[in-house]
Design a protein around this ligand. Structure first.
Ligand code: IPE
Ligand code: IPE
Ligand code: MG
Length: 260
């Protein structure tokens, strides 16, 4: 809080305490709690996933309104393949039906997918591909959906690529060529900056194999609200919490203050 007062150009949002000049550029979300939300209502877990789609729509549109540039949503993890077959097929069905061009066009949102897409059913792959193509020229925000994704899969995949490159040109790739940037270019995310803020709903304080490389310096925010209940106000609370923190990236408080 202390350092925020020193900033000259604080522009306060009327309804909240948010500084509109310091909206995180990239928000990543672990959307958790759909199943428990449904179970508490005596419903099937897939009813919770359906309700979660509505939250995705609301939060996407609020993020574009606030000026967030990248929103990365953990939608289905590599480990989620171990769930009951009926839940997996309900989730795949929801991916198919919820990717409506209209929502992306209305909000000027570009759609991208990351993950082991080849494991998904063919019709889902086709729909993902089409949505990426149709929305490629949209500029307000990029919404990234992580499907059949886990960070360990992503890193393993990158290492395999690097070994394949080394095999293609024997003796040419030197150990010192393998920089952090070189690795980052072979992850799923070279088209976007690292997340500034990572939100997890649903009460668990863990990262469940999400963007492990990219969240090295992200601010983490955990809340108890189940994803279907996560509101625009909850999002603003997360952003306010983010804005109350000083990101030091290893430096001292005084160093960072002098850079302001
Ligand atoms: C998150 O909600 C969505 C997915 C993992 C697909 P969950 O389905 O994990 O909901 P809970 O954690 O069981 O309540
Ligand atoms: C994380 O939620 C994955 C997604 C939100 C897609 P999980 O519900 O799968 O995570 P764990 O198993 O509780 O760690
Ligand atoms: Mg869960």
């Amino acid at each position: 809080m202390r350092w925020r007062k020193q900033k000259q150009s604080f522009v306060q949002d009327k309804a909240t305490n948010m500084d509109m000049t310091r909206i995180p550029q990239h928000i990543a979300i672990i959307m958790d709690g759909n199943g428990r939300w449904a179970t508490e209502r005596g419903k099937d877990r897939s009813y919770g996933h359906q309700a979660g789609v509505d939250t995705v729509r609301r939060i996407t549109s609020e993020c574009t309104r606030l000026g967030v540039k990248y929103l990365t949503l953990y939608t289905f993890s590599t480990e989620n393949w171990n769930r009951p077959a009926n839940e997996i097929s309900a989730l795949m069905g929801l991916v198919l039906t919820s990717l409506e061009d209209e929502i992306f066009m209305k909000n000027n949102v570009r759609f991208r997918v990351i993950g082991d897409v080849g494991r998904l059913p063919a019709d889902v792959q086709q729909k993902l591909h089409e949505t990426e193509e149709h929305t490629a020229a949209n500029t307000a925000m990029t919404m990234v959906v992580a499907l059949s994704y886990s960070a360990r899969w992503e890193i393993t995949n990158a290492v395999r690529q690097i070994v394949a490159e080394a095999n293609e040109k024997p003796g040419q790739l030197k150990p010192e060529d393998i920089t952090e940037e070189y690795i980052a270019q072979r992850l799923q995310t070279p088209f976007m900056p690292d997340p500034d803020l990572l939100i997890r709903t649903g009460g668990e304080c863990r990262v469940s194999n999400y963007l492990l490389w990219q969240i090295a310096y992200s601010e983490l925010y955990f809340c108890d609200t189940y994803w279907p209940d996560f509101s625009e106000d909850d999002l603003k609370k997360a952003i306010e919490s983010y804005q109350g923190r000083q990101r030091r990236f290893g430096k001292t408080e005084a160093q960072v203050e002098n850079e302001q």
